[in-house]
Design a protein around this ligand. Sequence first.
Ligand SMILES: [Fe+2]
Length: 247
Amino acid sequence: MRYLILSDMHANWDAFEAVLRRARRKRFDAVLALGDLVGYGAAPNQVVEAVRRLGPRLWTVRGNHDKVVAGIDSGSNFNQTALAAAQWTTGRLTYANLRYVRDLPKGPVQVEPDLAICHGSPLDEDTYVFSDVDAWEIFSRFQMPVTFFGHTHIPSLFWLEGRTLGLRALRGATGRIKLDPGGRYLINPGSIGQPRDRDPRAAYMTYDSERKVVRWYRIPYAVADAQRRIRRAGLPAPLADRLATGA
Ligand SMILES: [Fe+2]
């Protein structure tokens, strides 16, 4: 199967549209969406509707922002900006889209015998996986050869081969990694709508599960349009400012 992997769109339609337009030039059999469809950005309905149209070969999990927007989580651990954006989003979503967000499944979700997806960590959907220590704990407690995760907004790859643990940040416009059949992997495609690795371009991945090949991509998009939508919506200004730097 050839998968298109999308994460952390965060209601940024300008970025998401650019990714979908680019990705459709290549063939893929199914889509994996790793959560945080909404929150931060000013186009939640457009993003949710575009995700819904990606079915039926679509696997999804819910993100922490999706949960707060849907009222599953109170957002007590959110900062002011994130909470204000979540509350704005709840009021803005159509009933059908709000219900879709509320019904997103809790991760991890197994896609193939050797492949799973989650938002934060497969051990806890809200936990951030940043370090080799975080990855080590997952490798020792979650026996899955390949897991794609989101949440940190940092394109990255952790691997375990034998007792050797490795970590790589995935930089640049595109790149390719062939996975070792004997290794185990935790892979983050980065964020489409709110990148945080100081590269403002939208990030996504593809994965060929037969050839075990991961490719990553960064796509420039109309950042100024996304910023204008955020400001016009009255959302907190830092949400717009941040898109220009990807920080
Ligand atoms: Fe996120």
